[in-house]
Design a protein around this ligand. Structure first.
Ligand SMILES: Cc1cc2nc3c(=O)[nH]c(=O)nc-3n(C[C@H](O)[C@H](O)[C@H](O)COP(=O)(O)O)c2cc1C
Length: 139
């Protein structure tokens, strides 16, 4: 079964409440572990940037569920490709909080010091997450 990687950006909606983030992370960890899906989720209180990797079927099934989630909107696919190996195999869903999305890292991968996932290329988003994974604990 082909390995694939998918990267998208999205924006929270009025359905996103204070407990939503924890619920999303818990559910993602549970489901992804079951489905051998791995990846990383970045969040800055307004935008999400997520990378999902796994078998083509599992990545597509997961993305379809994510697309129908009312807690976010403006879901834009940044990259989708076949890959030879996972890069986030230590995380069923690694979480990167705002505090780690520093001005320095945003400037390195985008035209702005703000976290603006809609304004970066899929390749830059991927490179940024590769750099962020070095600062994350494994689970
Ligand atoms: C930003 C965001 C990221 C999400 N990431 C995942 C994920 O990686 N895996 C997953 O199973 N669900 C994820 N979800 C939750 C799904 O949208 C959906 O609620 C969940 O998969 C439903 O699981 P269930 O079919 O077991 O009820 C995410 C939701 C949001 C808003």
């Amino acid at each position: 079964m082909f390995l694939t990687r998918l990267i998208y950006a999205s924006t929270i909606t009025e359905h996103f409440n204070p407990s939503s983030l924890e619920e999303i992370i818990e559910k993602a960890a549970l489901n992804n572990e079951k489905n051998n899906v791995t990846g990383m989720l970045c969040f800055n209180r307004k935008y999400f940037l997520q990378c999902i990797e796994g078998s083509r079927t599992d990545v597509n099934k997961t993305y379809n569920k994510i697309l129908n989630d009312k807690r976010h909107t403006e879901i834009i696919l940044l990259d989708y490709r076949e890959i030879n190996a996972r890069e986030f195999s230590n995380w069923s869903m690694g979480y990167v909080p705002t505090s780690r999305l520093s001005a320095q890292i945003n400037l390195k991968f985008s035209g702005s010091s703000e976290f603006s996932p809609y304004k970066i290329s899929g390749a830059s988003a991927y490179m940024m997450m590769l750099e962020l994974k070095n600062s994350l604990p494994t689970v």
